[in-house]
Ligand binder design. Structure first.
Ligand code: PGA
Length: 245
């Protein structure tokens, strides 16, 4: 596993944006797996700037987002549909027909999940998957558990995730309790994976992710089994790694 430690959040975001840009320049029809959350916000801002200033072209790119809450309409300001439009899709030239975000608001969530994985496969599979990491080590919304699901599925969010995400809502009661997420199999099938982590609050999960042990109780630890993972950390997220050395 390749681990890069950036000086700060801005440098981490710049590195991440350059890797996505390189992927898109190398293959204009790249399939990108995209993440939401605070961590990739600045990466999306830099990519948007690259589009405006350097003509970085997303017109052939296909995107698949990792996850979405169940119970929020796509136009809800805290939905990941809204986040992606706001931070990225409205700023660049990804074609709307090439944008995929799971949505379990329809009648048949199981069908939605099945079709999501089929669409990923039909597009040729994800070339580069961007990931964040939860304070509990989740990736996407694959929460720590005795078992993890391989495919896209509906998940009950843990208290820790609800607590971590309530900063985006008026109150904890408003945080949805369920989500739809790509499974760990869908994520691990990506040709390249780039995980980003910033801040002291991620340091413990990062340390455990890189511990050399793989456990479903820390889903990000599965990345140690991937053939081409890149982890970009800022100094704060890497602080417990350095303490060990
Ligand atoms: P964050 O979330 O980027 O908002 O910290 C990451 C995650 O929960 O996967």
């Amino acid at each position: 596993m390749k681990i890069v430690i950036a000086a700060d959040y801005r440098e981490l975001s710049q590195m991440a944006a350059e890797i996505v840009a390189e992927q898109v320049r190398t293959n204009k029809n790249s399939v990108l797996g995209l993440a939401t959350g605070s961590t990739p916000e600045c990466m999306y801002a830099i990519l948007s700037q690259m589009h405006r200033q350097d003509n970085l072209d997303f017109s052939g790119v296909i995107t698949f987002n990792l996850d979405e809450y169940v119970g929020l309409a796509p136009d809800h300001p805290q939905s990941y549909h809204y986040y992606m439009k706001n931070h990225f899709f409205n700023q660049v030239n990804v074609k709307s027909c090439n944008i995929n975000i799971p949505c379990a608001e329809k009648n048949n969530p199981e069908k939605v999940c099945l079709e999501y994985d089929q669409n990923i496969n039909n597009s040729g599979g994800i070339d580069l998957q961007v990931l964040g990491i939860g304070t509990n080590g989740h990736i996407g919304f694959n929460e720590p558990d005795r078992f993890l699901s391989v495919d896209t599925h509906i998940v009950d969010l843990t208290e820790e995730t609800i607590e971590a995400n309530c900063r985006f809502f008026e109150s904890k009661n408003e945080v949805p309790r369920r989500a739809v997420t790509m499974g760990v199999g869908s994520i691990m099938k990506a040709k390249k994976i780039m995980l980003l982590a910033s801040g002291f609050h991620k340091a413990k999960a990062v340390k455990e992710m890189l511990s050399g042990k793989v456990t479903t109780e820390l889903p990000a630890s599965l990345l140690q089994l991937h053939h081409d993972p890149l982890v970009i950390l800022d100094h704060e997220a890497a602080s417990l790694l350095q303490a060990k050395e």
